[in-house]
Design a protein around this ligand. Structure first.
Ligand code: AHR
Length: 512
């Protein structure tokens, strides 16, 4: 296909037909006590030479504020089901030392606990999503944590919070009832967890004005029976209104890797075939969301229960010479395209996907930020830039994108992989169109057939690099970074956009 040739793709967008709202919360994040995510990543302690507030790195905060990070999930992951919140409150020097048995078997000094996390959320302007402990905690412990966080009067837990230096209650937006109960969260069966979740969720009380949005630990990948068990038993009780149900959302976890679980593939060393397999597996998220949404639809046709994809992203073999339990990996242009494809899927299911959290924000798996353990230098990853380029989709109305012409495909693992992905949204007098060219070698041209409103101006940005392996380092922090895109021309139907090979392009429109 040559730019402007007869086989040019046309994307038809009716700018005056807004669909469901894309919740900003699908751009959520995840910070676990794992490797250098919290310690060294978010938190360096008050005595660090790195500029900090209360021990929290201010360069990390600044970088994430530019993403308008809407929510942050903490303290895990697997760690959540062995975390006892009382270990992490009170004077730091008196806090319990515990063992992080999931991640590196290291000693946890609990210097980052509830108060530090809530301060981090305040600095970020992000809503807190705290994940409770069902696997090894008690109902009372969970209930008291929520009371500690959110109660205003002189109840025992509110008084304890005050004694620990915080007068006002915090607003707790989201609360997880355990994590991966089918695995590290207790190795439970679906009925076993479902019963427990009903019990635990009952005691997550609303002490403040804003009700807590409770999230049940949902399915692994394509375990539709798990979703069915939760929907049958958890979502329908208590009346039709979402806030009267036992839970308001249930989670789904799915990671992308190019190899089997035992050898997931390398972050920076891969061939074209492994790249395409990665893209195919990233696009599988669409099949999974469709499948889980179909089960949910049969119990909740009004779509009041949210599908919360609170762990997603690439998971590669750890970088050579790093602790295998710390899950530290580099991040290339390939990871950025994995992210852009996921967002197109989440936008398409905006009426069911209420939130998503990439795993994880700093120094772990598909991170936004990598920090050097020796120098502290901070690097923004290619994935970071996709999140930044997409901020215009936050809380915007999704738009259908109809395609005229044949989307080019490639056979991968016995099925056709579409090499083009797109989504669009409108918010008042602006619209944002996302375009991913997944072809490793061939540039494309796409005509944007813009209907229904008058376009008075446009601007475009492109994220690409000489190779799919290109990544950012302290020496070359902008090897992959967005630049203004000059390959956009007026067209009789709207605009014509050139998409370089392996690139992500966003086009912003001004509308009247
Ligand atoms: O994100 C890393 C781990 O992946 C999480 O702790 C766990 O929930 C999942 O298996």
């Amino acid at each position: 296909m040559t730019p402007g040739s007869a086989d040019t793709l046309t994307a038809v967008i009716n700018l005056d037909l807004p669909g469901p709202t894309i919740s900003r919360h699908i751009y959520g994040h995840f910070a676990e006590h794992l490797g250098r995510c919290i310690y060294g990543g978010f938190y360096v302690g008050e005595d660090s030479e790195i500029p900090n507030e209360g021990g929290i790195r201010l360069d990390v905060v600044d970088a994430l504020r530019a993403l308008r990070i809407p929510n942050l999930r903490w303290p895990g992951g697997c760690f959540a089901d062995e975390y006892h919140w009382r270990d992490g409150v009170g004077p730091r020097e008196e806090r319990a030392r515990t063992v992080n048995s999931h991640w590196g078997d290291v000693v946890e000094d609990n210097s980052f606990g509830t108060h530090e996390f809530m301060q981090l959320c305040e600095l970020l302007g992000a809503e807190p999503y705290i994940n409770g402990n069902v696997g090894s905690g008690t109902v009372r412990e969970m209930s008291e944590w929520v009371e500690y966080l959110t109660r205003a009067d002189d109840s025992p837990m509110a008084a304890l919070r005050r004694a620990n230096g915080r007068d006002e209650p915090w607003q707790l937006s989201f609360f997880g009832i355990g994590n991966e109960a089918w695995g590290c969260g207790g190795n439970m069966t679906a009925p076993q967890y479902t019963h427990l979740a009903r019990q635990y969720a009952t005691y997550v009380r609303n002490h403040g004005e804003k009700p807590v949005y409770k999230i049940a630990a949902g399915a692994n990948v394509d375990d539709y029976a798990w979703t069915e068990s939760l929907m049958k038993s958890l979502s329908g009780l208590g009346g039709a209104h979402a806030q009267h149900k036992h839970v308001q959302g249930l989670s789904l976890h799915y990671y992308t890797h190019s190899g089997p679980w035992e050898d997931k593939g390398e972050a920076t060393r891969f061939d074209d075939e492994q790249y395409y397999v990665t893209m195919k597996r990233a696009q599988r998220m669409g099949e999974l969301v469709r499948g889980h949404a179909a089960v949910m639809d049969s119990y909740d046709p009004e779509r009041t229960v949210g599908l919360i994809i609170d762990e997603w992203g690439t998971w590669w073999n750890v970088e050579e010479g790093t602790n295998p339990g710390f899950l530290y990996q580099q991040n290339t242009l390939r990871d950025a395209l994995v992210a852009s494809v996921h967002f197109d899927i989440f936008h398409a299911f905006a009426d069911r996907v209420a939130m998503a959290n990439i795993a994880q924000t700093v120094n772990v798996l598909q991170a936004m930020i990598l920090t050097d353990p020796d120098t502290g230098a901070l690097v923004l990853t290619p994935s970071y830039h996709v999140f930044e380029m997409n901020t215009g989709h936050h809380d915007a109305a999704s738009l259908d994108v109809g395609i005229k012409g044949e989307i080019p495909t490639r056979e991968v693992e016995g099925a056709e992989l579409p090499l083009f992905s797109t989504s669009a949204s409108v918010n008042g007098d602006t619209a944002l169109i996302s375009l991913s060219n997944l072809d490793a070698e061939t540039a494309r041209t796409v005509v944007l057939d813009l209907r229904g409103r008058t376009v008075t101006g446009h601007s475009a940005r492109v994220l690409t690099a000489p190779t799919l392996h290109t990544h950012n380092t302290p020496e070359q922090p902008d090897a992959v970074a967005p630049v203004a895109h000059t390959g956009v021309r007026e067209h009789s139907n709207g605009l014509e956009v050139d998409l370089p090979a392996h690139s992500y392009v966003t086009v912003q429109l001004q509308l009247v």
